[in-house]
Every structure is written in C-alpha cells, then in structure tokens.
Design a protein around this ligand. Structure first.
Ligand code: ZN
Length: 137
C-alpha cells in the first residue's frame, strides 16, 4: 500500500470555509473574528456562535500556539494515512482551537503544552495547515 494507490481524503471547501483554505494556499492561517464580541470563531460559520451577530470578519492568525490535546494514531481509518501520525487540537495564541496534525516530530516527543507553529502541507490541489514543534516560545 502506498499513498498514491489510496489518495488522501481532502476537505471540500464551502462558500463559508473557502477563505480559510485559500489562505492556507497563500501560507496564511485565516480565522474568523467577530466584530461585535471580538471573539475568534473556528470552524468557519455564517454567524457568531457566541453572540449570534452577523459580523464575522476573516483575520490572519499568528500561527503560533501550543498543543492543547493530542492522540497518536496507529491504526488509520483510511489506508492513505501513513501511521503512526499525530492528530491534535492546537490552541492558538489568540485563544482559539483547531484540529490539525503535528508533523516533523518523533511521536514520543509530542506532549501537551509544547509550543507549535503552523506549517503547510500541499496535498494535490489543497494546502492543509499543520503544525510543527517550535523551539522558540
Ligand atoms: Zn460575537
């Protein structure tokens, strides 16, 4: 089995989420922020889930954060994923959370609260925001 025999399943951007995926292709981590209550919103939505205002604006994240939670996958749900790999929730320094992958690290080196920085993985026509361990805070 190899990845070419089993193409990795990819996201299907919608009208609402397209700015996030387009930003990734430009190496920018884009997130929505509510102009009414100033909170960050992820996953992309039409209205703010905190205050219900129709006032969401796309802004660029610093791309820096820390590992909030993670798991190491040894038996993938799809043969296109090469195991082991790390599925994680990263807490960005702006305070929002994102499900992603931690890449470029030994699985044994991954731990909660470690600093991470966004990186980008080009897969076919898509660019996926992933994170790598950061050596600087
Ligand atoms: Zn709001």
């Amino acid at each position: 089995m190899n990845a070419e025999q089993f193409p990795r399943p990819l996201p299907h951007p919608t009208e609402i989420s397209a700015p996030h995926w387009n930003g990734a292709q430009s190496r920018k981590l884009m997130v929505q922020r509510c102009n009414a209550c100033t909170r960050y919103v992820f996953i992309p939505r039409r209205v703010c889930p905190h205050c219900l205002a129709d006032a969401l604006q796309w802004v660029q994240s610093s791309g820096r954060g820390k590992i909030y939670s993670y798991t190491i996958i040894h038996r993938a749900p799809d043969p296109s994923f090469q195991v082991p790999y790390c599925a994680a929730i990263v807490e960005l320094e702006e305070g929002w959370h994102m499900m992603t992958n931690i890449v470029g690290a030994e699985m044994s080196a991954i731990a909660v609260d470690l600093p991470v920085v966004v990186d980008y993985l080009d897969v076919g026509e898509m660019t996926l925001p992933v994170f790598k361990l950061s050596t600087s805070p």
